[in-house]
Design a protein around this ligand. Sequence first.
Ligand SMILES: Cc1cc2nc3c(=O)[nH]c(=O)nc-3n(C[C@H](O)[C@H](O)[C@H](O)COP(=O)(O)OP(=O)(O)OC[C@H]3O[C@@H](n4cnc5c(N)ncnc54)[C@H](O)[C@@H]3O)c2cc1C
Length: 415
Amino acid sequence: MSRNIIVLGAGMVGVSIAWHLVRRGHTVTLVDRREPGRETSFGNAGIIQREAVRPYAFPRDVGTLLRVLPNREVDIRYRPTGMLSAAGPLLQYWLNSGGERYARITREWASLIMRCQNAHGPMIEAAGAEGLVRKGGWLELYRTQKAMDERLAEAREDRQRFGVEFEVLDAAALQASEPYLQKNLVGAIHWTQPWMVSDPGALVQAYARNFVEQGGRLVQASVEGVTREGSGWRVATSEGDFEAEQVVVAMGPWSGDLLSSLGIKVPLFVKRGYHMHYSAEQGATLNHWVMDAEKGFLLEPMRAGIRLTTGAELANLDAPPQYRQLAAAERAARKLFPLGKRRDAEPWKGARPCMPDMKPVIGPAPGKPGLWLAFGHGHQGFTLGPATGELLAQMMDGETPAIDMQPFAVDRFKH
Ligand SMILES: Cc1cc2nc3c(=O)[nH]c(=O)nc-3n(C[C@H](O)[C@H](O)[C@H](O)COP(=O)(O)OP(=O)(O)OC[C@H]3O[C@@H](n4cnc5c(N)ncnc54)[C@H](O)[C@@H]3O)c2cc1C
């Protein structure tokens, strides 16, 4: 039965949900204050991460904590105000990052990740976006044998349990494949399955265009409130009110504020990140997306130049940008690869929407019939948008979803 549905937020998650719903014959309005894919889904590293079957844990070993504490590292920075206002969720995050809890969360998380390419594939094809997508995987670079061996032990386990595929490159093989990288690396893990996107925002836009081609309606307006209206919902926006039988909240890092106005408290916090594009020094080429695993940044040969993306900054969503982490990453990146001039006038800043148990919220809002939730995809929302769209659409149509969705229910945060 066709229903009238409004999806709030046109990042990778919201666009993918809207795409699936319109495909199923529903009347769908997708609302965003910007064009599709201009926020977090724009500035990321653009990897569809089939290898990321372990959710991004809070560091628990004393060595890492002591290293991070002086706040001078490339991979993690924090602002005391940000730490303080997210203290509760961060403590839960820390508790969830080890032992049996982390093992269970990994199994649940991996059930989503393993669907990522089968979900992106048909959307890429329908949107005619093959030109934005590069197959063949990316390289995780290592400076010490010890760190590489530890990661390889995990990779072997992930191959066994979750079908992750990789190849090991020693120093010579890495040099042959990436001749312009600095010479003192011990090698790399080549994750061979992931797909890389040369302009992440453009992929979201291509999906959104295809949503419109299929009959979906795109509205550019700022969402100001959502209220119950009879048996449905009213969405107040800067461009007037819209009514629908069902509403999906997929506003990424901004989902929490809207939901608290509806009496739903979610422990959403953000890990901010930055990017900058560079030219390469004359004659130098970077053939793969590469991660400097022991420093904590990525370099991606994208359409706009070589994009440097930073690790996590624990700060409030709206705090002014702080470019020291990017500057530190740039210094390290210039030693790794001969980067040329900066190409953007200002660095880009975004915020990964994170939950304390590292899993997104996907499913109904309890006690609010017709209200659905999809946010909190953390480090892998670009990867997981389409799988989320497919699963949520199955739930909304009353079908049994392809995987157990209980681990992603919002009521897990009641206790
Ligand atoms: C540096 C960095 C690198 C990353 N690399 C990767 C990667 O390689 N692979 C990967 O899978 N993930 C990666 N991520 C994570 C990924 O980018 C996010 O998880 C994902 O983009 C979240 O998508 P989303 O749709 O939930 O949120 P968003 O893309 O932020 O979309 C939310 C939308 O809601 C809209 N909105 C908010 N408030 C309102 C309002 N009041 N009215 C109307 N509209 C509103 C916004 O305009 C926005 O378009 C990275 C993130 C960062 C920061």
